[in-house]
Design a protein around this ligand. Sequence first.
Ligand code: NAD
Ligand code: MG
Length: 384
Amino acid sequence: MKRVAILGATGSIGTSTLDLVEAAHDRFDVTAVTAASNVAELAAIARRTHASLAVIADESRLGDLQTALSGTNIQAAAGGSALAEAAVSADLIVAAIVGTAGLAPVMAAVRAGLRIGLANKEALVSAGALMIDEASRSGAILLPIDSEHNAIFQCLAGQDCDHVARLILTASGGPFRTWSADDMARATPAQAVAHPNWSMGAKISVDSATMMNKGLELIEAHHLFALPEERIDIVVHPQSVIHSLVEYADGSMLAQLGSPDMRVPIGHVLAWPERMATRARRLNLLEIARLDFEAPDTVRFPALRLAREALRRGGAAPLTLNAANEVAVEAFLAGAIHFGDIAATVEDQLARLDQPLPGSIDEVLALDAEVRRTTRERLKVEAH
Ligand code: NAD
Ligand code: MG
């Protein structure tokens, strides 16, 4: 039995993870589940999976969670230290909290030397150097759940990148791939979250529409695979069948293919180094018939350029890029700013702030909070 903790169990990745572990209950024992504030759903998941611990991030909901779990022997807890406790309660953590809210619990698991199925890319973007250093000290293993990085991880087949010429991240291009800049400027939140190939949480859906998601993934790939920015390419591939590729020194290219269903990379990580069955749809190559590739347009999608610049600049620039983006996306979803303001806000914050990455997680979190505060101030929006 593998002991699994699911951080962000009520979200899109959390739900796909539950689908897999519940179908293979003879292989997985769920130790802990967490959520931001949805007590009813968290309690239902905890009861269904027989978890020992259920954690609600919002401390004001602890009483409700205790009531919802009364009559069970599931421990109810709330707040940051309880999230960290959940993160070290198992052998394998599925890190599926969205945003830098997931950073502290992920770091607790890294420090404890656990296996971490990492969906929470924002944590790695903000504190990549710290996390990778700590993982090499503790022996923690980062197993990428993000489909592109999982594809590369599979293509590398346990080898490091010594003989790799470059990585090629594929991008669907998102819902606005064929839209004009003018139409994009007027895009509504409903249009931005309507992804053509993937069904995901609201924040990452907006990131796909701006293509900031691919920018964050570029930084994520740099940390996971220890390659410099100029050896990581991005290619638009609208069908989302090839999830990414590795080009080797000898000219061989390896790709991983699958239907656009996160249960494939999550299942890979859950079972690693073995394999498990999933109910994901099989690819039918004859039905697909053709695969298309396009160069990304960094004029309509400035986020791609900003992410490359942030990675090249290093220090706290990726943290700034991420924190400003999280605030801007939240403001866009709340109807407070236009679609085009998202990348403009990030560019503005990147130009204002230039500092080294602090050496501790507490300082990283303080800097993240500071970037959020100044971004909100400039956008004249309130913290939610
Ligand atoms: P989601 O919004 O559907 O779910 C987010 C989860 O995090 C929920 O369980 C929510 O309760 C929890 N959460 C939110 N804010 C929190 C906070 N402040 N404190 C504690 N918990 C909090 O998001 P998602 O689409 O499942 O994405 C999760 C992560 O996985 C993101 O980092 C995203 O970039 C990454 N990812 C998602 C997909 C996908 O297909 N959805 C693919 C690749 C990577
Ligand atoms: Mg991805």
